[in-house]
Write a protein that binds this ligand. Structure first.
Ligand code: AMP
Length: 542
């Protein structure tokens, strides 16, 4: 027997229909690429997205075509996503922090047919356009006055192109499992892999993301996604915000402390999300200027581990609640969030920080487990770590073109490549990337735990730990440190600081000082490169 409820496919453009109907006047504020702050609202974005859909269709684009974007978080970028999805085309966010050769490779792999680009990224398009055989149209997201003058490429001016149609357009209807968006993961090994979101997965993810114990989004919030749309869908905010009618404040390309602070203040932002690096910049700006954050209630921090000291500062000095989150491009991206269950809500001080240091628990729609070397389930005891595996309606079941099939098993469990433990209340803590974990005498050492501890030393700016080959133990940890400017800690100072805070056999065998630690295009420490850099390193204990 089937239910007798209506068939109402979960299509992303319905999110924008809803926002326009119920929250049409709610503002979307963007720091534009041209400079000024630009204000629009959901009703206008809805109309312009329809114009984009109409113009795309007029120009011959259709269901399934890949439409690349190379842009900051702005209202224009949002319009393009919804416009493309509205004809069943697939938005494909490109990460401008990758090398042009990688971008060209990705565009060819995805067979992008058009690209919408911000002025900032014109040099990238100039470098790759000839190499992408499928590319038919390049639209520069600006007005006629700001169009590049001396390009050899055939460029279309976005504002003129949008103005060339009237917006009298009916969204296309299709199956909810149709592809809606694409994003390639910045894998540190092998070629990048394409994740393909569906309309259904995006809508479900936006609903899950909005839940009170997830991002807790409502139409009474003013939210600033600093996390870019080109990296893991701005953590779902570009869809969760219109789905709930929240005001959006887009930072554009300016992520320095002063620029972020200005928008937090003038737009009375109540909730924001970004990687730790962005918050380091904001916190040092606040320290220098003595400014406070009177409007901000909550900040979600993820993408890499949120240092304990950062959580403490936001909460104790600025009265802003920190929610630590973990996720992946393959998960749309939210996987877990650290809001406090009743079991932990009354904790204070260090006990509270101990829980907040974990990456949190899975919301509805994410199943999670940790497994050992024989794929056996490991207990949820907050100690025993293993490979972290997930599944759910907004988790990838394959990569585009079939690469990386070994990451998915026959029961749909996706091996995240992270190593973690889960406690009895479901709170997961990442202890490593599977390929970074150090195996010493058959036991695992968490490099993230060591790094977190080392950056707690007042003279340490950044720390990374890698395994170095050891004749007796297979591998032993080497701590690599960037000193804070003007400080000169000795190796022994840092090791002494770590003593007693971790198991004895976890203590790094040596400390190396460097001027800089290499990062990937998405801000993660590039351990492969560090391992190469230190490939001839001999530990004093070897
Ligand atoms: P990406 O798909 O580029 O967002 O990268 C996902 C990876 O980032 C995860 O598999 C983790 O290794 C890492 N990651 C994301 N959030 C966190 C977090 N809160 N703590 C530690 N690692 C994280």
């Amino acid at each position: 027997m089937l239910g007798l409820m209506q068939d109402w496919p979960l299509l992303c453009h319905k999110i924008l229909d809803y926002a326009a109907a119920q929250h049409g006047k709610r503002e979307v504020v963007s720091r534009s690429v041209e400079g000024p702050i630009v204000r629009t609202n959901y009703a206008e974005i809805h109309l312009r997205a329809k114009k984009i859909a109409q113009a795309l269709e007029r120009d011959g684009f259709k269901l399934g075509d890949r439409i690349a974007t190379l842009g900051w978080n702005t209202a224009r970028h949002m319009e393009v996503w919804y416009g493309a999805m509205g004809i069943g085309a697939v938005y494909h966010t490109l990460n401008p922090r990758l090398f042009p050769e990688q971008i060209a490779w990705i565009m060819n792999h995805a067979e992008d047919q058009a690209i919408f680009v911000d002025l900032t990224f014109m040099p990238i398009v100039e470098a790759v356009a000839d190499k992408v055989t499928s590319l038919k149209k390049i639209v520069v997201m600006t007005d006629a006055a700001h169009m590049p003058k001396d390009s050899r490429l055939n460029l279309v001016c976005y504002e003129d192109w949008v103005a060339s149609v009237d917006g009298d357009f009916k969204w296309k209807e299709f199956d909810e499992n149709t592809a809606a968006g694409m994003c390639y993961t910045s894998g540190t090994t092998g070629d990048p892999k394409g994740v393909v979101y569906s309309h259904r997965s995006n809508v479900l993810h936006a609903m899950i993301a909005s839940l009170p114990d997830a991002l807790d989004i409502s139409c009474n919030e003013s939210i600033m996604p600093v996390v870019p749309m080109f990296h893991a869908n701005a953590w779902g905010i570009a869809m969760a915000a219109p789905l709930t009618g929240a005001k959006v404040v887009n930072p554009g390309g300016m992520m320095d402390g002063a620029s972020i602070y200005e928008l937090l203040d003038t737009e009375k932002v109540s909730f924001t999300a970004a990687v730790p690096t962005v918050w380091l910049m904001l916190l040092s700006y606040l320290e220098e200027t003595g400014k406070m954050l009177p409007h901000l209630k909550r900040v979600v921090i993820g993408g890499s581990a949120c240092p304990r000291a950062m959580t403490q500062k936001f909460q104790d000095v600025y009265g802003v609640e920190v929610v630590h989150a973990w996720g992946m491009t393959e998960m749309s991206p939210l996987g877990s969030l650290g809001s406090l269950k009743p079991e932990y809500a009354s904790l204070e001080g260090d006990d509270r920080l101990d829980i907040q240091e974990k990456q949190g628990y899975a919301p509805f729609g994410v199943e999670m487990k940790v497994t050992g070397d024989e794929n056996e389930d490991r207990p949820w005891d907050g100690e025993t770590f293993g490979r972290l595996k997930v599944r759910g309606p907004a988790v990838a079941k394959a990569y585009y073109g079939g690469a990386g099939a070994e990451n998915f098993d026959e029961e749909n469990w996706f091996d995240t490549g992270d190593v973690a433990h889960i406690d009895e209340n479901g709170y997961m803590q990442i202890t490593d990337r599977a390929k970074d974990v150090i195996k010493s005498g058959g036991e695992w050492i968490s490099t993230i735990d060591l790094e977190n501890l080392a950056v707690g030393h007042p003279d340490v700016q950044e720390a990374a730990v890698i395994g170095i080959v050891h004749p007796k133990w297979d591998e032993r940890p080497l701590l690599i440190v960037v000193r804070k400017e003007g400080k000169d800690p000795k190796a022994s100072d840092i090791l002494e600081f770590m003593q007693g805070k971790i198991a004895k056999w976890w203590m790094p065998d040596d400390v190396a000082f460097v001027d800089e630690i290499p990062h990937t295009a998405t801000g993660k420490i590039q351990k492969m490169e560090l391992r190469q850099q230190f490939s001839d390193y001999v530990l004093p204990t070897a």
